[in-house]
Ligand binder design. Structure first.
Ligand code: HSE
Length: 440
């Protein structure tokens, strides 16, 4: 049987899972491919026996390397798997490996979101493949579905719960009234969170993933910098409870949809109807809802983070490339689903142009006429209301008022909100959350 050889850089959570699959599933992989996939080298700063033994890995027979630069040109490696994460040195290592004709598999969403276009161009010049299924949705094969399975469709929208850490935090805050910081610590212990968890909770990780998904959906170039990004840190248990009373659950969504000649690309906490499928996605699970003009709604669901699910997606990419070798990768789908010459530069719609229904929470002095003053300003801006709820009564302190609006342009809402914020009875900043209804 012929053999395809893999070099793995980064033996952290995901790298451990990849090594485990490559060492334990050898017969299954050989049956699927009719050729063997062999882990020939592993690189990490700490490859002591204690560490690898503790993780249950038997790396005897695998070359152990401490300096990644030494693997990039190695003759006994066909595919380099980059699992160190972050922008650098990942980018430089991948650029050099492609220069040596190596195929690349990575789980690094930050790398692809920011430097993907450069890497795809370079890889095309060298006739090498780049697989990044594991960058989005952990173990869910959503890129394969979008790129290949849905190729007959013009995509009409993408909605994703793309960050396991945030979904885990929001779920536990809703179910147990748990404290945000305690739950974030648990997510770190469970291996869901990024090395810097602010990337998770501020929505940056979701924005990395959405930038890639949206570009693939609409055949456009990746434009991470233009994704409107908000995180979950300001969401309070009271907001979650108010949303629930009104028939909604709060999820951090990545949303991509056409808008005029451009495309909306936005990441923010979103109210979704409690009966919707996406509202049922809890804990660290991810889901991607992709709609196409012929297929209609499709949803992909599974574990979005963690060692074994993410490693499953990494190895699927390894197998795709291994199947194509040694003849070359001409028959693999282009990394972003469209040949480079047919990709567009779609402009991202400014958030002020987006139209949504909104959930507003204001802190208001409980005195006669204060709600009337607020609703008058909204009426002046032709923003109609679906619901108004005063959450408590207090003679001296401000109380939360929750309003649900009908559809309006965000720029219009913001003008109204700045007038409302200037009212004497209104205190602090308004919490503004967008509402999405699926297929409505
Ligand atoms: N930190 C990410 C998450 C890991 O929580 O989803 C998977 O990309």
């Amino acid at each position: 049987m012929s053999e395809v050889r893999v070099g793995l850089i980064g033996l952290g959570t995901i790298g451990t899972g990849v090594a485990r699959i490559l060492l334990e599933q050898t017969e299954l992989m050989a049956r699927r491919l009719g050729k063997r996939v062999r882990l020939t080298a592993v690189c990490d700063r700490d490859l002591s026996h204690d560490i690898t033994h503790h993780r249950g890995l038997d790396l005897s027979g695998v070359r152990l390397v401490h300096d990644a630069a030494k693997m990039l040109a190695a003759d006994d490696i066909d595919i380099i798997v980059e699992l160190i994460g972050g922008y650098e040195p990942a980018r430089s290592l991948v650029v050099e490996a492609i220069g040596h004709g190596k195929h690349i598999v990575t789980a690094n969403k930050a790398l692809i979101a920011k430097h993907g276009e450069e890497l795809f161009t370079l890889a095309a010049q060298h006739g090498t493949a780049i697989g990044f299924e594991a960058a989005i949705g952990g173990g869910i094969p959503c890129l394969k579905a979008l790129r290949e399975g849905l190729a007959a469709n013009a995509i009409t929208s993408v909605h994703g719960i793309l960050n396991g850490t945030c979904n885990y935090i929001l779920t536990r805050m809703e179910d147990e009234g748990a404290d945000y910081h305690d739950v974030l610590r648990d997510a770190q212990t469970l291996g869901y969170a990024e090395a810097d968890p602010t990337f998770d909770v501020e929505g940056v990780d979701t924005a990395h993933k959405l930038a890639i998904l949206g570009a693939m959906a609409f055949g456009s170039t990746i434009d991470f910098a233009s994704v409107h990004t908000e995180g979950i840190a300001a969401i309070t248990p009271d907001d979650i409870a108010s949303a629930s009373e009104l028939g909604f659950r709060i999820k951090l969504l990545g949303i991509a949809k056409p808008h005029g000649d451009g495309v909306e690309m936005r990441v923010h906490p979103t109210l979704v109807p409690i009966e919707s499928q996406i509202a049922q996605v809890s804990d660290s699970y991810n889901a991607v809802l992709i709609s196409g003009d012929f297929v209609e709604n499709t949803m992909y669901y599974g574990r979005g983070a963690g060692e074994r699910p993410t490693a499953s997606a990494v190895v699927a990419d390894i197998l795709d490339i291994a199947r194509a070798l040694p003849d070359g990768i001409a028959h693999l789908a282009p990394p972003m689903g469209f040949p480079a010459a047919h990709r567009l530069n779609l402009a991202t719609t400014p958030i002020a142009e987006v139209e949504c229904e909104y959930f507003l929470r204001l802190m208001v002095q409980d005195e006669p006429g204060s709600i009337a003053a607020i609703t008058q300003i909204l009426a002046d801006h032709r923003i109609s209301l679906e619901a108004v709820i005063q959450k408590a009564r207090h003679q001296t302190q401000a109380v939360p008022i929750v309003l649900l609006t009908h559809q309006t342009r965000e720029g219009n809402l913001n003008t109204a909100i700045s007038r409302i914020a200037a009212l004497e009875s209104v205190q602090g900043e308004a919490m503004i959350l967008r509402i999405e209804r699926f297929g409505a």
